[in-house]
Design a protein. Structure first.
Length: 109
């Protein structure tokens, strides 16, 4: 994925469950993004240990990186979600849960 703002031009890609930001001009990690250019995509809102990987490119919309992920089916699997991360610093902006959590719209069905 590519994102830019003025002279700040970046390339993003995923390796397993890691999102990586590189300077488009020289290929060096963008140290202000996540933890020295990397964001661990493991969901923090559930306690699971199953397989998780991003297997398709995300989408850049304005200053957000939109990503889904692949998981297995089973009791230790992560529930599916689509998440938006800040293209500037890698922070989680929002998350849409495919299976609503208690209190979320649709959880009562």
């Amino acid at each position: 994925m590519w994102w830019g703002s003025g002279a700040d031009q970046r390339i993003y890609y995923t390796a397993g469950r890691i999102l990586i930001a590189l300077n488009a001009a020289d290929g060096t990690p963008v140290t202000t993004f996540g933890d020295n250019g990397r964001v661990d995509l493991t969901p923090r809102d559930v306690e699971r240990t199953g397989y998780l990987a991003v297997t398709v490119p995300g989408v850049v919309f304005e200053d957000k990186l939109l990503l889904g992920f692949s998981t297995t089916e089973g009791s230790d699997s992560y529930p599916g979600s689509v998440r938006a991360f800040s293209a500037q610093d890698g922070s989680l902006v929002w998350q849409f849960n495919m299976i609503p959590k208690p209190g979320e719209r649709g959880s009562e069905t």
